[in-house]
Design a protein around this ligand. Structure first.
Ligand code: CA
Length: 735
């Protein structure tokens, strides 16, 4: 355990998070589809990234590369490499590392092909390295306006690039899709994929099917309408766009099935956006010629506000199959009809073949936020099985006769119901962190989190232009949890080995940090690799969960590892740096998170590697415990309570639950702010936009007149409370 990762033992109240033309130059392709795939990695020019459909389909024939985000089109994230195995994993050492020039959250899966590694980082930057030595080849900065950060629900993250025929593709946080030259990093084309007047963002990795770059977007916490678009990889021309939720019926329907979907909505949802964003998972089956996409939550979350009177609200929280040739509907399975808890079905989708009832069956597997592990027929979408993989209190089970969840009615929330603490919470039983399906053990390894939230309808709901529009009262939800005391559920996290055929747990490795979640890699060497929030990168035995190897990372890890070979030698790589997922609507005294000075890096290991990370800052240097010195408390209880509510909705996503920053050095911990001293100093930032170049946009026009000062008084009260409790055990802010 890395003792220099500092713990905060108190996390209270509302927290959020759970939770983007020029003609293409035609690079000369030295590897044509006619060449045998197995030999191609030896025949291509260095850094040519000459990935094509044949190579990805035959990914197992060149296991030394990692050519697409999930390694193969089925996205199993399982490597056939065996050189590093259970017998010798203890010899792994750091071979090279690269510092990342932003301390925001790092979520990307690197791509390795033809001697180069391509990785995206926070703020949608892209970097290329020589895969053998770590020598930087080029770096690309799309120069996103820092003010765009406020539209990102869950930090300005990017989960990876795609490569295809000499180009590297990245979606940017401001909604662009950009094609880069794989050898130079030069921009070849760029298209704006979203309406810039809406709060769309791109955080997911593009996928490439049949020469088309597929990209979705996020923003369902901000009132957008979800869709996925296919662009010609060569030119950037749009081929098709597929909407996941209906718009205003009066405007007609872009796709025929949206007319049917509109029958499952009420009210004027189109004015609220509807949600259903496709912000992460996609997979492809070349034999069935089906593209699978995961569809997100409703916007706002609260269905009673979004679609008064209920309805299934298709195609929210659904897994959908689309014909990639023309973007037409094939099938859907809705995991959470009438979604109201932020239960996205955007989580990792794996397409594989399982032996079910003695027969091989092509299946789609997903463990979405709602806590059930789903196995569906890949050709038809028919539900095969669904079982809970974490504690779930919104539904008792999935009825295999109706294919629908059997809901606990009290779990829904509107102004007429007594609010209830619901499991999972908006972080989900499983979030975006990729899982892995081993061909060796036939087990799925998934980062599971046991979470909950008190869901409370707000007294008033008004849509704002800046900040979240969830239709939930986070402060009241936090109070509900506090009132429950010992009766509230317990937060925890573990690496879960799950048998998808038997639908049962095989083993688990508990995590120290209750909100710990990080992507997973499994290998034919009998190993499962995963980082954690305690500053370690670990290898476990795939059949037992036994810890076989561990390395210090000097950072929280949330991204998924990969493995590859260079000159016949196997390497393992992982991007580190991040903040732990904050507890949402917690009010849960005693829940923990971890923080670090966030040493964002790319770490690359091999057997016998001897590289050393630079010495960490001593704890004293990063810690400033007990230095809280807030101005006197002068506000009344109502003002502070109002400030808590405003903070919960607009501030806590970045600045952390209860005013405690989850990543000091990245987001200032406001309890230490000298600007607490006066309304004028405070408002020069909150309304005046004085720190806009750093990403802190003006909330002028969003907040009511009395809001900023109420937040200031709330933070002052939090600082006093923590000073008295002697619990403010972490570093001072940078500013
Ligand atoms: Ca969401």
């Amino acid at each position: 355990m890395n003792k220099r990762l500092l713990h905060v033992s108190t996390l209270a109240a509302a927290a959020l998070l759970l939770a983007a033309c020029g003609p293409a130059e035609s690079p000369s392709s030295t590897n044509t589809a006619a060449e045998p795939a197995a030999a191609s990695s030896n025949m291509v020019l260095p850094y040519s990234a000459s990935v094509n459909a044949d190579r990805i389909i035959a990914a197992d024939e060149e296991p030394g590369n990692w050519m697409s985000t999930g390694r193969d089109y089925g996205e199993a994230r399982f490597s056939p490499l065996t050189q590093i195995n259970t017998n010798n994993v203890s010899d792994l050492g750091l071979e090279w590392y690269a510092d990342i020039d932003t301390s925001r959250m790092q979520e990307a899966t690197p791509i390795v092909v033809d001697g180069a590694m391509y990785v995206s980082t926070a703020w949608s930057h892209v970097k290329a390295f020589d895969v053998r030595t770590g020598r930087p080849l080029w770096a690309f900065n799309p120069e996103v306006d820092p003010a765009k950060g406020v539209d990102a629900c869950c930090d300005v993250v990017n989960r990876g690039v795609a490569v295809w025929e000499g180009k590297v593709f990245v979606g940017t946080i401001d909604g662009r899709l950009i094609a880069l030259d794989s050898t130079t990093g030069e921009e070849l084309w760029s298209v704006m994929t979203v309406d810039e007047s809406e709060a769309y963002t791109i955080t997911g990795a593009p996928r490439i099917v049949k020469g088309q770059v597929l990209i979705g977007n996020g923003g369902a916490e901000y009132g957008v309408r979800g869709y996925v678009t296919a662009y010609d990889a060569e030119t950037g021309e749009q081929n098709w766009r597929y909407y996941t939720v209906p718009g205003n019926p009066a405007d007609g329907f872009e796709q025929p099935e949206l007319e049917m979907a509109a029958q499952t909505w009420n009210g004027e949802w189109w004015n609220l956006g509807g949600g259903g964003t496709v912000w992460d998972a996609m997979a492809y089956d070349p034999d069935l010629n089906l593209l699978y996409i995961g569809v997100g939550n409703g916007s706002p979350w609260n269905q009673s506000l979004r679609s008064p009177g209920g309805g299934d609200n298709l195609f929210l929280s659904s897994i959908m199959a689309i014909n990639p040739d023309d973007g037409t509907y094939r099938w859907h399975y809705q995991t959470t009809p009438g979604e109201t808890w932020d239960y996205t079905a955007t989580q990792h989708i794996i397409v594989t073949t399982l032996e079910i009832d003695g027969q091989p069956r092509r299946v789609v597997m997903q463990a979405p936020k709602n806590g059930f592990f789903y196995v569906l027929d890949a050709a038809t979408g028919q539900l095969i099985t669904a079982e809970k993989f974490v504690p779930v209190s919104w539904a008792s089970h999935i009825d295999l006769e109706t294919d629908r969840p059997v809901e606990i009615p009290e779990a829904r929330y509107d102004e007429t119901r007594i609010p209830m603490i619901v499991q999972p919470g908006p972080q989900g039983g499983h979030n975006w962190h990729p899982m892995s399906f081993s061909q060796r053990t036939k087990l799925v390894y998934l980062p599971a989190t046991e979470q909950f939230m008190g869901y409370v309808a707000p007294e008033n709901f008004e849509v704002s232009d800046t900040g979240w529009n969830t239709g939930t009262d986070f402060a009241a939800g936090g109070a509900l949890v506090r009132e429950a005391g010992d009766q509230a559920p317990v937060r925890s996290a573990h690496l879960l080995a799950w048998d998808p055929v038997a639908q049962r747990e095989v083993w688990r490795v508990p995590k120290e940090v209750s909100v710990d979640a990080a992507g997973v890699l499994s290998t034919a060497g009998g190993l499962v690799f995963q980082g954690n929030a305690s500053g370690e990168f670990n290898a476990y035995k795939d059949d037992t969960g036994e810890l076989l190897w561990s390395a210090m990372t000097q950072a929280i890890t949330v991204a998924a590892p990969i493995t590859y070979t260079v000159d016949g030698e196997q390497y393992v790589a992982v991007l580190v740096g991040g903040r732990a997922l904050p507890t949402i609507g917690a009010g849960a005294i005693g829940s923990t998170t971890t923080m670090s000075n966030n040493n964002s890096r790319l770490l690359v290991f091999k057997r016998g590697g001897t590289a050393q990370l630079p010495p960490e800052l001593a704890e004293e240097e990063v810690s400033d415990t007990g230095n809280l010195n807030p101005p006197p408390m002068t506000a009344d209880f109502e003002t502070v309570a109002h400030g808590e509510q405003v903070y919960g909705r607009y501030c806590s996503v970045c600045h952390g639950p209860a005013g405690v920053s989850p990543s000091v050095g990245t987001f200032p911990d406001l309890r230490y702010s000298a600007r607490l001293a006066s309304s004028e100093m405070w408002n020069s930032v909150v309304l005046g936009g004085e720190l806009e170049s750093g990403g802190m946009v003006s909330f002028e026009g969003t907040l009511e007149a009395t809001d900023p000062d109420a937040v200031r008084h709330y933070i002052i009260s939090r600082a006093h409370a923590d000073r008295e409790a002697g619990e403010a055990e972490h570093s001072a802010p940078l500013q």
